[in-house]
Design a protein around this ligand. Sequence first.
Ligand code: AGP
Length: 612
Amino acid sequence: MCGIVGFTSIQKQAAPILLDGLSKLEYRGYDSAGIAVRDGEKETEIVKAKGKLSELSQKTDEGRAVRGTCGIGHTRWATHGEPSETNAHPHSSDDGEVVGVHNGIIENYKEITERLIRHGYSFKTQTDTEVAIKLVDYYLKKYGSPAEAITRAMLRIRGSYALALMFKSCPGEIWAARKDSPLIIGVSGQDSFIASDVPAILKYTRTVYYIDNLEFAKLTPGNVTFYNIEGEEIEKESVTIEWDTEAAEKGGFEHFMLKEIHEQPTAVRDTLNSVIKDNRIDLSAAGIDDELLKEISRISIVACGSAWHVGVAAQYVIEDLARVPVRVELASEFRYRDPILEEKELVIIISQSGETADSLAALREAKGRGIRTLGIVNVVGSSIAREADNVLYTLAGPEIAVATTKAYSAQLAASYALAVALGRARGLIDDEKYAALIQDMLSIPEKIEKILSDKERIQWFASKFAGARDVFFIGRGIDYAICLEGSLKMKEISYIHSEAYAAGELKHGTISLIEDGILVIGVLTQQGLYEKTVSNLVEVKSRGAYLMGLTTYGHYAIEDTVDFNIYVPKIDEHFAASLAVVPLQLMGYYISIARGLDVDKPRNLAKSVTVE
Ligand code: AGP
């Protein structure tokens, strides 16, 4: 996510304080940064730099070279437009009347852009932020006041935003507006602060105000006024922050991994909203249309680790919905085995970082043979994103914990959209099924939230197995794909040996490892395979295994077989992985914690494996 800071004072220089605040938001991940500072009535000075905050600090002599007591600053995590100095915030209207920074995703920025172009506006950047700033400017010129301009813009914009704005006609003032992306305000003496998150201002004040959705505020030195969407002044209660800085960076969660598990509903929602418009799937942002979808003869999904697990799940979904043959390949194998590829094949590279060496090499292998490539990537402007013929971005935001959770879930969501669009383009999904599939996809975030509300039960069960030596995950079909991810989570953060097995395969040898008390987790979300997997659970139970069942509400008979069960909400079975994976992520997380391990930075692991 991007980071926003703002500061206005009677006499203190703003730039050094802005840079200090941005440095406290670096943990959020970013690719460029910038500040805009105004010295009284003088023109606003804007300084931006691609790369690390140190670049910006160097350009401004740690802020000392930028005069003025009122300013805003921003660290950018690119979602629309490459990481670059041009695309970095702050952005301004062409006449400098409005200057601003933004955190969030403007879903209808294209239609707003077209409307502003009709009114004579032009655009220098590829960002949705410039559109938002110029929309405010458009309304300011039409209605005259910042409050009216902000209100109108808030009513026009669809999506999420935290905006911090400065107006030429209002020296010393900072205006802020919010929908879904957090914004907090602090006042200390003659100084007023705004920030995306608490760490940026904790050094100056622990008394903060939270702007709620569709509210906006005006900051002057030492004072803040809040307004509702109607432009009426409202009173806000202040909150005292008890957290220390480290806790604040994690949003009050104990670890980044737990925070990111809880960010999954938003990551999935943002990713789906980027490809579902008015209940129709639109992959045009990835350069994909029905003609392309119709001509694909076969798909190879190539990835590593959890991204490869997404591919295993996606294979079942795509083949079932679109009847296109799908092969799932480990990138480290694909790149060396002289793969046989068809002329009309699509090679899909799934990668959170977009920099995984094996996946990048696989992409280049396919491209070298003239095969079309699609990247499903989380980092805008990463190598895989730049080199793939088409790129479908996941909008999970920066993922700090080494063990992926929200990026994995966002990748699943992107793969569902692709599968449904493929099936629809090939005439295999009628209107009724199309609407139902989209409805179920859009229900994923709220169903994840329901699972998270029950996490204490999972925590209790996990703590009973902190001393486990081996854990087995078994399932069939998509349930097997879920097991793969659950097992990897267990291994990489709790260091307990674990195996994921296709339930029907266990008896071909590995069942000899089952002994008294060994935990076997059965995943049973696929109705047609439910009884088969139950019989496999009975097989291992008769050999002493301790059974946990993970199935959907309604399958209460599972309690006759297993020793502990977890239910997840019902959903179209194609999308079950998005729900069933959450309890397994939590299992791994709580066992790791119970074992006193560094869950965010597990031993031997890197967030992005950029070497072979
Ligand atoms: C998953 O928790 C691991 N961090 C790892 O398996 C990861 O999924 C894999 O290295 C692929 O990374 P990528 O998605 O950035 O390409």
